[in-house]
Write a protein that binds this ligand. Structure first.
Ligand code: ZN
Length: 227
């Protein structure tokens, strides 16, 4: 299929968390809101409140299009603490990654988002994965993103570029970026990163909240000492 006249320059995988919210901000800064689209996936995650926050972010940034796609099959092919209300969030002894891993999630997300990107004429695909604060998720690694990008360009015959602004950034550096974009308040209060689905600072106990808080503390400490 040949793409029709371009209606977006970039598609952002928007989960409603801080990483994806910043990806959205960067895409809008580069291309303008009317040339940016976002896609949110519901795959049976227990923190489904994410979708609400993703919709809110899409409205706040006044982007051209926002699509919510259900991957209803996911819980029938795998399981994860993130997809089960009673699932215990932990790292089992000897395990490479915590029980919150959702096998292959980013591969599905990227492929679906890439197919939509081509239909919109978009050549950039943003995703907020990071290898720096790597929790052991294999599909957050730069190696995977490179390989997936190549596979998708071949599968779609489309010059799609996967953009990962945070691949080599720490959480503290992300907070610094949020501040420099004037988005500290938005990221603090209008995103949900917590595995237990609590917005803003979250539950304070899950790995996502701990990482978020540690990064913020580190950034605020640094920015105070530099003034
Ligand atoms: Zn939490």
């Amino acid at each position: 299929m040949t793409a029709k006249s371009p209606s977006a320059a970039a598609v952002v995988v928007l989960s409603g968390g801080q990483d994806s919210a910043l990806c959205l901000a960067l895409a809008v800064k580069k291309h303008g809101a009317d040339r940016v689209a976002a896609i949110t996936f519901e795959y049976g995650q227990r923190h489904a409140v994410e979708t609400k926050f993703a919709r809110r972010l899409a409205r706040r940034f006044k982007i051209a299009a926002h699509k919510v796609v259900r991957l209803g099959f996911y819980s029938s092919i795998t399981s994860s603490a993130l997809m089960s209300p009673a699932g215990k969030i932990e790292r089992e002894k000897g395990a490479k990654c915590p029980t919150t891993v959702v096998e292959g999630r980013n591969a599905f997300f990227l492929l679906a988002a890439g197919v939509w990107a081509k239909s919109l004429g978009a050549k950039e695909l943003y995703i907020g994965v990071s290898q720096t604060d790597f929790s052991g998720y294999p599909d957050c690694r730069a190696d995977f993103i490179r390989a997936q990008g190549r596979a998708m360009r071949l599968a779609l015959d489309w010059p799609l570029k996967i953009v990962t602004p945070f691949m080599h950034r720490t959480k503290a550096q992300e907070w610094a970026l949020a501040d420099s974009l004037g988005l500290l308040d938005v990221i603090m209060h209008e995103t949900v990163t917590c595995y237990n689905g609590i917005p803003g600072a979250g539950c304070g106990k899950c790995p996502a909240c701990i990482l978020r808080a540690r990064g913020l503390k580190e950034y605020l400490g640094k920015s105070r000492s530099s003034h």
